[in-house]
Write a protein that binds this ligand. Structure first.
Ligand SMILES: [Fe+2]
Length: 459
């Protein structure tokens, strides 16, 4: 208490000392309060979460207290703390705490920080892995931190989505210079907390996470991102947090890194080859892939930037009947029909996509609302593979009903409230395309309700 010594010279200093000491402690508590709280899935099957937060000034504990009823935190888990510098910016203390061994389909309350500075949140674990488990995902990309970003996030929060699939380009902090880069990561962390502290965001990295900035002496790719956002990559036998997979309810979600090596024999290529074999559509019928640079996009912006990944992975996506591939990067919305171009292998074959029932639907949701604005120019005429395209801010939701059907909506922010603009019913690529499978499992299948009422097309 260095300040208290000054007060010894003041009349009635004892009282003032006490008051100032209390004030000092209050300020200290405020400074060390956890902020930027966010959670993500912590294991392969959804029985764990990683809870992350930042404290400034003082580290404070990396402990999470949690339980299944409010104000009763029967359990605790101990996490780890890290920090980093970026140019002359010094990050706060970044805490990551794995909370595992959770029950499925249960609401957990959790508390972080100590004393008056502790903060309380909650989350709901998913239902157990089951082919007919219903679950609602939100899909957000290229969010940034503008008025439009806030509009997108608040529209999403009205949907009842249970987990966000984030398709890269988080804060756009790299649009700033010097210490402002780190400061913008902090402000973005505070911005998303309203959702990300209460439900998992499944992270994938975009080009704005690379932050290769030699003019500031910063040359370690993904430095801020990797310090701040943990992923459960080891649980899916991945050697790198930038690519991994999780299983949640009835979905198997594969996260790829558009900006890490992926050509033949690289770690990402080898990992994906093995991970696709591990997918069990009898348990998780819905196979979803996230990446940042879209493979099919008819927008002028970033045109064909996903071509090299298409050349490497498209035949696998078709062979393993991936249901949907979500991407961002292009600041607009676009959905494809089921098409493939697997005969065209850079130097031979037909150089145009053709209808292919085994192919995924490609969806670009890079319209989260960052400061770079919309990508308003599409190539005309609209290519045959493009089913719907529009340059407006928004987000998507994927509402899985059972093993055969999922409702999909793209929601445009400008409509003032949540309005589904592009609506599709997806038929599962494994179950819905095989009548024999469906008959065998008929008794196990639940009925998808209201299919006809809410769809205007189906795939
Ligand atoms: Fe991007």
């Amino acid at each position: 208490m260095q300040g208290s010594q000054v007060l010894l010279f003041v009349p009635n200093g004892h009282l003032l000392t006490s008051l100032l000491t209390m004030k000092y402690l209050q300020i200290q508590r405020v400074i060390t309060a956890p902020q930027q709280v966010h959670i993500t899935q912590g294991d392969y099957d959804g029985k764990a979460v990683i809870i992350s937060w930042v404290t400034t000034s003082e580290s404070g504990p990396s402990k999470v207290q949690y339980g299944t009823s409010e104000e009763k935190y029967d359990f605790s888990a101990e996490g780890t703390m890290t920090n980093y510098t970026f140019y002359k910016y010094k990050s706060g203390y970044i805490h990551h705490c794995l909370v595992d061994g959770l029950e499925y389909d249960t609401k957990y309350y959790y508390k972080i920080g100590t004393g008056d500075s502790s903060r309380k949140f909650w989350f709901q674990t998913p239902p157990k892995i089951d082919p007919d488990a219903a679950y609602k995902f939100g899909i957000i990309g290229d969010l940034g931190q503008t008025y439009n970003s806030l509009s997108t996030l608040q529209h999403y929060m009205q949907t009842g989505g249970q987990t966000v699939l984030f398709v890269g380009d988080l804060s756009y902090a790299d649009r700033y210079e010097y210490n402002d880069v780190g400061i913008r990561w902090d402000s973005w962390g505070r911005f998303i907390e309203q959702s990300a502290a209460y439900q998992p965001w499944i992270w994938s990295a975009g080009n704005h996470e690379i932050e290769y900035m030699p003019n500031m002496g910063e040359v370690l790719p993904f430095k801020s991102y990797l310090h701040r956002f943990a992923t459960p990559h080891s649980a899916s036998k991945s050697s790198n947090p930038l690519w991994y997979s999780v299983r949640r309810a009835s979905a198997h979600i594969i996260v790829l890194s558009s900006y890490s090596p992926y050509v033949k024999y690289t770690p990402q290529w080898r990992w994906l080859r093995e991970e696709l074999k591990r997918v069990d559509r009898e348990k998780t019928p819905w196979l979803i892939v996230l990446m940042h640079a879209p493979i099919y996009s008819s927008n002028v912006a970033h045109y064909m930037e996903g071509e090299s990944m298409r050349a490497v992975f498209e035949s696998w996506f078709v062979h393993f009947k991936v249901d949907i591939i979500f991407a961002g990067h292009v600041h607009a919305y676009e959905r494809s029909y089921r098409i493939s171009n697997i005969h065209y292998n850079v130097s031979s074959g037909d150089r145009y996509p053709v209808a292919d029932k085994s192919a995924p639907v490609y969806i670009t949701v890079g319209d989260g609302g960052n400061q770079e604005g919309l990508a308003g120019r599409f190539y005309d005429p609209q290519p045959e593979y493009s089913a719907f395209r529009e340059a407006s801010y928004g987000h998507s939701t994927l509402e899985i009903k059972n093993r055969t059907h999922a409702f999909y909506h793209w929601n445009r922010n400008d409509d003032g409230k949540k309005v589904p603009t592009d609506s599709v019913v997806f038929h599962n690529q494994y179950w819905a395309s095989n009548l024999r499978r469906r008959r065998l499992k008929k008794n196990n299948s639940r009925t998808a309700t209201g299919l006809a009422a809410t769809s205007d097309s189906s795939l």
